[in-house]
Design a binder for this molecule. Structure first.
Ligand SMILES: [Zn+2]
Length: 290
């Protein structure tokens, strides 16, 4: 799932490659992915791409209004979505609505453009065409950006939501941008159990968590920015220390990375680094035992 670093890198790539081009047309192949109807995709034709940025994990591409209000193409890539930049398209024939992986295509006036794709059968990728990104409810509810928050803001947000730190850190209304993968990485770097309670964290632990958040996300952004958009996915996995590495040795202490499974996700952690050597109860397993 693309998180803050990947979305930041995609925005960076679009700023470099797409800004200054005009939209030729937007083609919608997955009708359900487009969550707004006014302005219509056809209203984007002829507009200049003047910016690309990010709100948490939402990508925001600004299309100039030429006198009218700007239009923002806001995208949430969800779990299996991605943006593929194409220097050229094989066919000039517009996409037909269908079941393929391409949800939406943006063609630019130099023949290049990008496809928003989504793998798998669970279709959650969401696209909004709005005159103000705040019109997207997921954007308007976002907490402060996880990478930009200073220690005071960070501590206040986390302590304001009681719960297990793993869940609170990934709650976009508390802090924007961190998801399942980078929260595993951040908690490992901060040497904190994913189940530690936010209201019980000491000032020292909170400072370590804030520092780890900046470090892990900052490093991942730097790594990702050097990559072409098409290559970002593999790079993300290569930079991870605990996430998706169950059974492999921890790169810090060589203990075995363990996993806790939930209904449709899992977390990974290092017992030696994070939980005083004690494995966390895997609720799914302990429920079976009882
Ligand atoms: Zn370790």
């Amino acid at each position: 799932m693309p998180e803050l670093p990947e979305v930041e890198a995609l925005a960076g790539y679009l700023r470099e490659r797409a800004v200054g081009r005009r939209v030729d047309r937007i083609e919608v192949a997955a009708i359900s992915a487009l969550k707004t109807y006014d302005p219509a995709p056809s209203a984007a034709a002829g507009r200049e791409v003047v910016g690309a940025g990010r709100h948490g994990k939402f990508l925001d591409v600004t299309l100039a209004g030429d006198g009218a209000p700007d239009v923002h193409l806001v995208v949430h890539l969800a779990r299996a979505g991605w943006l593929h930049y194409r220097e050229a398209f094989n066919s000039a024939v517009p996409l037909k609505p269908g079941k393929g992986p391409i949800a939406l295509r943006v063609r630019l006036d130099d023949g290049s453009g990008f496809d928003l794709t989504e793998a798998g059968t669970q279709k959650k990728l969401a696209v909004y065409l709005v005159t103000d990104p705040g019109q997207v409810s997921g954007v308007s509810r976002l907490g402060p950006d996880a990478l930009a928050a200073d220690l005071g803001t960070f501590a206040e947000r986390l302590r304001g939501r009681r719960g297990q730190v793993k869940g609170v850190l990934t709650d976009q209304e508390v802090l924007a941008g961190v998801g399942n993968a980078y929260s595993d990485e951040i908690l490992h770097a901060a040497k904190l159990s994913p189940f530690a309670l936010t209201n019980r964290l000491t000032d020292e632990q909170m400072a370590a968590l804030h520092e780890a958040t900046r470090q892990v996300l900052g490093d991942a952004v730097a790594r990702s920015l050097g990559q072409r958009a098409a290559e970002l996915k593999g790079e993300k996995r290569a930079g991870l220390r605990v996430h998706a590495r169950t059974g492999l040795p921890c790169p810090v202490c060589a203990d075995t990375i363990r996993e806790v499974s939930f209904a449709d996700s899992s977390l990974q952690y290092c017992p030696k680094c994070q939980t005083g050597g004690k494995p966390l109860a895997d609720r799914r397993l302990s429920r079976l035992v009882r």
